[in-house]
Write a protein that binds this ligand. Structure first.
Ligand code: FAD
Ligand code: NAD
Length: 464
């Protein structure tokens, strides 16, 4: 090991948490370095959240063209040009990278491009992207290496060279028939997008429902949405083997309710969960332990088993969302400053960017029942929100769980137009500890989607 260069803080992986830690400490005069093998700014701006939402927006435009006649617009002989879809996304990513590089410059944090791995406690050797090696030692080290698409051991799956979100977002031709392995977040968002670009799409999911952790009315609504858009949905499918190669011809063999089935397509997208990027990074040389699934073991302040080493974001087993990885940054920063912020009991809002969106914060009915928590339920169809009539977007519903013997909001789910934006209104009320009656009685602008919170909370049954 060459003589290490000494830093106040070294971050391995430039994801949502790590870059914020480095920028913040560097701008306070600390010597900070971030080691990144490929993606300046991590997954979110390069290959995950933002590029997928960019491509999903193109798909939404395609859906409007398809529905043109309904709105009185004759779109004529329109067609999708996936090359331009991709170029629009690439241009956005380039802009985001430039924005990140500017932040590094402004803060004084150093970005070291290369593959890093621990060679000793708090010491990381980097195989530099442009050749050579460097060894960096941090008084503080933060591991922020993220996750990658899981390719499980199903016979033939790896050999089929499935697309992941990374390659799918780079396609310049829509697949003839895309098979989507997994009916969760990545699967649902990209299935709908590619269907709208003109692909035949089949989702194959092992559970009995799409987005199976959600309440049954949510999963059913998502299934109906898929079916209405012409996406084939095959649930309860236990995949036994895969044959062929994605990009040419692929067959997935599965058993379903005791019968053998075969699903055949031209491309395969692996969207069946994530594997933490904690293998091959020398954690064993640093005293950093991982759990049975490979996530770094951390406490509620994101401290690892090694003194002076924190882990944050997806690789630390935090809920896999960018806003949570960003909150992990606040937890680590607080711990460094002797503060009390922890991950315990924090809010985890999320939004599935199907069209319409599914957004949720707090308890679902399923979770409340499993935990034995009593609640009052209010539920209204999106058609009760008059704005949806102007948009011709009647699909979905709003529901809220309120405590039975008080007025606190326990949970909120929106499946419908602008669900993600609407959820933030309820979230703020929950943060402020407002009674649900404050939203019920608020004067909300007509006709907005948020106006629907009035009828929703008016539908809360009388308390005990
Ligand atoms: C298709 C898709 C869409 C998504 N959409 C959303 C969304 O809309 N909203 C949302 O909140 N979340 C979304 N997510 C989840 C979100 O992207 C992740 O939760 C988030 O990016 C995790 O951030 P992180 O900081 O943990 O890691 P990452 O952002 O993944 O950063 C880790 C970085 O570490 C680098 N790295 C790894 N190992 C090494 C090494 N040995 N040496 C050097 N560098 C290394 C990687 O290259 C990577 O850049 C989506 C995920 C996917 C896959
Ligand atoms: N809008 C967003 O915020 C957003 C978007 C995309 C991803 N993400 C994050 O990324 C994470 C990973 O997304 P994901 O879609 O890869 O995982 P996921 O956990 O959301 O869904 C994976 C699905 O694949 C199924 N599955 C797994 N193995 C299977 C098999 N062998 N056969 C059939 N089905 C199988 C699972 O039952 C599950 O339904 C999400 O959990 C989420 O936290 C967030």
């Amino acid at each position: 090991m060459s003589n290490p260069e000494e830093y106040d803080v070294v971050v391995l992986g430039s994801g949502a948490s790590g870059k914020l830690i480095a920028w913040t400490l560097a701008s306070k005069g600390k010597r900070a370095a971030v080691v990144e093998r490929r993606y300046v700014g991590g997954s979110c701006p390069n290959i995950a959240c933002l590029p997928s939402k960019n491509v999903i927006q193109s798909a939404k435009v395609a859906s409007y063209f398809r529905r043109g006649a309904e709105f009185g617009i004759d779109a004529g002989g329109w067609k999708v040009d996936m090359g331009v879809v991709r170029d629009r996304k690439r241009a956005m990513v380039d802009g985001l990278i430039a924005m990140h590089l500017e932040k590094y410059k402004a803060s004084g944090a150093e970005l070291v491009m290369g593959q890093g791995r621990f060679v000793a406690p708090k010491t990381i050797e980097v195989d530099l992207a442009d050749g050579g090696t460097r060894t960096l030692r941090g008084a503080i080290v933060v591991i922020n290496t993220g996750t990658r698409a899981r390719i499980d051991r199903t016979p033939g799956l790896a050999e089929a060279r499935p697309l992941t979100h990374v390659e799918a977002l780079e396609l310049d031709v829509a697949p003839d028939h895309l098979l989507v392995l997994g009916g969760g977040y990545v699967g649902l968002e990209l299935a709908q997008a590619f269907r709208r670009f003109g692909s035949r799409v089949t989702i194959v999911e092992r559970n009995g429902a799409l987005a199976h952790r959600e309440d049954p009315d949510v999963s059913d609504g998502l299934r109906q949405l898929c079916e209405d858009e012409g996406i084939e949905v095959c649930t309860r499918a236990k995949i036994t083997r895969v044959e062929g190669t994605s990009g040419a011809s692929v067959k997935m063999h599965a058993t379903r309710d005791g019968s053998e089935i075969v699903v055949e397509g031209t491309h395969l997208l692996a969207a069946s969960g994530r594997t933490p990027n904690t293998d091959g990074v020398g954690l064993e040389h640093a005293g950093v332990e991982v759990d049975g699934r490979g996530f770094v073991k951390v406490d509620e302040r994101l401290r690892t088993t090694a003194a002076g080493v924190w882990a944050a974001g997806d690789c630390a087993g935090s809920p896999q969302f960018t806003h949570i990885a960003e909150d992990d940054f606040r937890v680590v920063l607080s711990d460094l400053a002797g503060g009390s912020r922890t991950t315990t009991g924090r809010q985890v809002p999320y939004c599935l960017f199907t069209d319409p969106e599914l957004a949720r914060i707090g308890l679902s009915e399923t979770e409340a029942k499993a935990k034995g928590i009593a609640y009052r339920l209010a539920k209204i169809p999106m058609t009760a929100v008059l704005r949806t009539w102007t948009l011709s977007e009647p699909r979905g519903f709003l529901k809220a769980l309120v405590e039975p013997d008080g007025d606190r909001i326990l949970g909120f789910t929106a499946f419908g137009a602008e669900a993600g934006e609407l959820m933030a209104v309820v979230q703020v009320a929950m943060i402020a500890g407002l009674p649900y009656t404050a939203l019920r009685d608020a004067i909300l602008t007509h006709p907005t989607i948020a106006e629907g919170l009035g009828p929703l909370f008016a539908a809360v049954p009388a308390g005990a």
